[in-house]
Design a protein around this ligand. Structure first.
Ligand SMILES: Cc1cc2nc3c(=O)[nH]c(=O)nc-3n(C[C@H](O)[C@H](O)[C@H](O)COP(=O)(O)OP(=O)(O)OC[C@H]3O[C@@H](n4cnc5c(N)ncnc54)[C@H](O)[C@@H]3O)c2cc1C
Length: 349
């Protein structure tokens, strides 16, 4: 029975980043990933997706992403970069291997997969969020007979030609998808709060070097509210949507009915389709048996599980380190995770 020092579950940007910082550690590690090629969740996002982080802020540790055609890389350009990154550092990855369940017995983790069992002394879980799309629930949702899909299932607007489509969610996904769909369909945008577009002179890069800090607005001679990673970046499709004046967000409806939604004033409106751009929750199902998951969350000190100290969590979102769910941000948390792993094994020698 082969026992690895470490198994990294998930071969997206977070898993690869951890492996990058372990290159010269001598640890016997393996990345298990359920897909048949590199690219992580990016393989599943819609065709025209433009990253909201400019090229120089869309690079993983150690190797800058090559120049892209435009300032904001296309989804396919980023996937090509991830593939090249994986090949460049020759990471040990086993593909087409889905970890169903992690258990622990006598200080050893057992990973039950579709390709048999794997054993390791430590585990880094880096399974992202894309496999756990979040859909808020509304009354009578199951009675609605129109098309419902989450942004992760959306490929392009073709399906919606000449239809009435409701887009729910006020972040970057909602704004980009709405821009595309509104070219060939009648759209209604539903958001919990008025959507926040980053000002024209502040691009996605800003988020990454001064995220969450106030910025000075010369026009009002004052400091604006805090910039947030969920603010809408004016990538090309968003600028186009703004020029076509398609962004008129309204607050949520009261319930669904068979053919559409009932607004809070009692009016009914027919919709052919609803696209949920409502985000994701961490994908932690494979860790349930370890009894560390509570409400889609694992209590950690930095990236290390408090209840299960041989387990680390990387990526997912800010609870595992500021911006660790982004390309630029994951490097920092991956580096500190690798440091902890190296220290852990050094102590045991
Ligand atoms: C629409 C959208 C646009 C975004 N745009 C940007 C952007 O412009 N800039 C930016 O910095 N960030 C962006 N992000 C955020 C972030 O960079 C991505 O979500 C990124 O994919 C997260 O990487 P990850 O490695 O944590 O997870 P993933 O990319 O999801 O990788 C996880 C890998 O693990 C595999 N896996 C999952 N479960 C298992 C299992 N049980 N067994 C084996 N393998 C498993 C998955 O198939 C996948 O290959 C965006 C996110 C979304 C949703």
């Amino acid at each position: 029975m082969k026992i690895y020092d470490l198994i990294i579950i998930g071969g997206g940007q977070a898993g690869l980043s951890v492996a990058y910082f372990l290159r010269r550690s001598g640890l016997d590690y393996l990345i298990l990933d359920d897909q048949d090629e590199a690219g992580g969740a990016w393989l599943h996002y819609w065709d025209s997706l433009k990253l909201f982080s400019p090229t120089d802020y869309s690079s993983l540790s150690g190797w800058q992403m090559p120049e892209t055609k435009e300032e904001y890389p296309l989804r396919d350009e980023f996937i090509a970069y991830l593939k090249a990154y994986e090949a460049r550092y020759e990471f040990a990855v086993q593909r087409n291997t889905l970890v169903h369940r992690v258990t622990k017995d006598n200080a050893l983790f057992k990973m039950a997969t579709n390709n048999g069992n794997f054993y390791a002394k430590t585990v880094v879980s880096a399974t992202g969020t894309a496999k756990n799309p979040y859909l808020p629930s509304y009354p009578n949702q199951s009675t609605y007979q129109g098309v419902q899909l989450h942004a992760v299932e959306y490929r392009n607007a073709d399906l919606f030609k000449d239809q009435k489509v409701m887009i729910i969610g006020g972040g970057n996904s909602g704004a980009q998808i709405l821009s595309e769909v509104s070219k060939i369909a009648k759209t209604t945008w539903v958001t919990l709060d008025p959507p926040q577009f980053l000002p024209e002179n502040i691009d996605g890069r800003y988020l990454f070097y001064q995220a969450n800090s106030s910025f000075f607005d010369a026009t009002t001679d004052s400091f604006n509210r805090q910039v947030s990673l969920s603010d809408i970046v004016r990538v090309e499709s968003v600028r186009d949507g703004l020029e076509r004046d398609v962004y008129h967000a309204v607050r949520p409806f009261a319930s669904f009915y068979k053919e559409g939604v009932v607004w809070k004033n009692g009016d009914r409106e027919i919709f052919d389709a609803v696209i949920w751009c409502t985000g994701f929750k961490p994908n932690l199902q494979h860790l349930e048996a370890l009894e560390v998951v509570e409400n889609n969350h694992i209590a950690t000190k930095a990236t290390r599980s408090i209840k299960e100290p041989q387990l680390w969590l990387v990526g997912y979102g800010s609870w595992t380190g500021f911006a660790s769910g982004t390309i630029y941000g994951v490097g920092k948390t991956a580096r500190s995770t690798a440091r902890e792993l190296k220290a852990h094994f050094k102590k045991r020698l």
